[in-house]
Structure formats: C-alpha cells, structure tokens
Design a protein. Structure first.
Length: 83
C-alpha cells in the first residue's frame, strides 16, 4: 500500500497579488476536505504550521467536526450539565 501524507500544501494567489499557502487533509471517511489557509508565505513555515496542527489533532478545525445528535442531546434535560 502506498504511503499518503496527512495533508497536501498548495500555493494560492490572492486578488491583492499576495501568495499564501493552503492545505487540504482527509476526514474520517478518507475523503479530501476543502482547503484551509495556513496564513503563511513560505512553504517551510506552512509545513511546520500543519505539522503543529497534526500533533494537536486540529488539522480539521473543531468548528467543522460533526457530532451526532445523540452526543449533542446527551445532557439535554440535565440543567447543570447541558451546554
């Protein structure tokens, strides 16, 4: 089986002419995600940023992770425990 990198970096040119490195990664179903910006101008800095996110398990931002309704509603009727 072929080794697959945990993320892919690519250069994106903004309308202002500025160049920024973005990355794509894979979700739980092994599908490629949409692009996320690193905000970095150099490939080396972007790669270091992505490896740092990988260590923290944040390559896919928390706001985009899906939770099941069961998990969401688990403490629904417990006044002190619901969020």
């Amino acid at each position: 089986m072929r080794y697959k990198e945990p993320f892919t970096l690519f250069l994106r040119k903004l309308p202002s002419g500025k160049r920024i490195w973005d990355y794509q990664t894979y979700d739980k179903n092994n599908k490629r995600t949409s692009a996320f910006s690193t905000g970095k101008k150099s490939k080396t800095a972007a790669k270091a940023y992505c490896f740092d996110l990988l260590k923290k398990d944040l390559l896919i931002p928390i706001r985009l992770r899906r939770i099941s309704f069961k998990k969401y509603s688990e403490n629904w009727w417990h006044w002190d425990e619901c969020e």
